[in-house]
Design a protein around this ligand. Structure first.
Ligand code: DC
Length: 221
């Protein structure tokens, strides 16, 4: 049976940074499920479908194929055969993703794909519902979080580095809104699984979080 590590948590908690490093240490595949939801959101944006148009979104789901590949440890996401890694990290796509990931047809499509990958492959998968819904049998479950202020500051510095003009207050407000939407949606809301271990990274360095998770994995094997 494959060994699965599930990492869930809110936006900006550092899940992908940490999961990538842990995957490298363990020689596991890293699966970023947020990128899969982002690829679907990109399709809806490009097709001019509004986030509130459940009917059109449901119909469009049948026309979408999302696939992943791993190149040099970096996950590549393909939308109907096109590599869309370069298009899915914008604020616009992020907001759309949070808004359309409430719909069952969107979630069912990706959940199925994620379970198939985890059945045969040792992997570390991050998202919002991995420990609670996608892989309830995962051998290790982590709920990685940090305060809104810490997450806002990290995002602010990231955007500043890219030369994007932004305000810390607005970023924190956006984070709160996204948390609220992700945590209160009807299907697979973000929450800590009963058997997940809570790691709060507010006062921890990246190295400390990676070491903590590796220790949890060691204890489970
Ligand atoms: O992790 P991220 O910021 O790339 O995720 C973008 C959005 O996708 C997030 O607001 C909620 C949604 N998402 C989800 O609903 N379920 C997942 N497993 C992963 C992401």
């Amino acid at each position: 049976m494959a060994f699965n590590i599930a990492i869930d948590g809110p936006a900006g908690a550092g899940k992908s940074t940490i999961a990538k490093l842990v995957a490298k240490e363990l020689s596991y595949i890293y699966v970023d499920t947020g990128a899969m939801y982002r690829a679907m959101a990109l399709y809806f944006l490009r097709a001019g479908i509004a986030a509130g148009d459940k009917e059109k979104i449901t119909a469009a789901c049948g026309k979408i194929t999302v696939t992943l590949s791993n190149e040099g440890g970096e996950q590549q996401v393909f939308l109907n055969g096109e590599n869309v890694n370069g298009f899915i990290r914008t604020e616009e796509v992020g907001k759309m993703t949070s808004a359309v990931s409430i719909y069952a047809p969107v979630r069912e499509k990706l959940t199925q794909l994620q379970r198939e990958m985890a059945r045969t492959t040792d992997l570390i998968m991050d998202g919002r519902d991995i420990g609670t819904c996608v892989l309830p049998q995962a051998q290790v479950k982590i709920y990685l979080t940090a305060s809104v202020e810490t997450r806002g500051r990290r995002r602010f510095l990231e955007l500043q580095e890219k030369g994007t003009d932004c305000s810390l207050e607005e970023i924190c407000e956006d984070i709160k809104k996204r948390d609220y939407r992700d945590m209160t949606r009807e299907i697979s809301p973000l929450k800590q699984a009963k058997d997940a271990i809570l790691v709060d990274s507010s006062e921890m360095s990246i190295d400390e979080v990676v070491a903590k998770i590796l220790e949890i994995v060691r204890d489970a094997t």
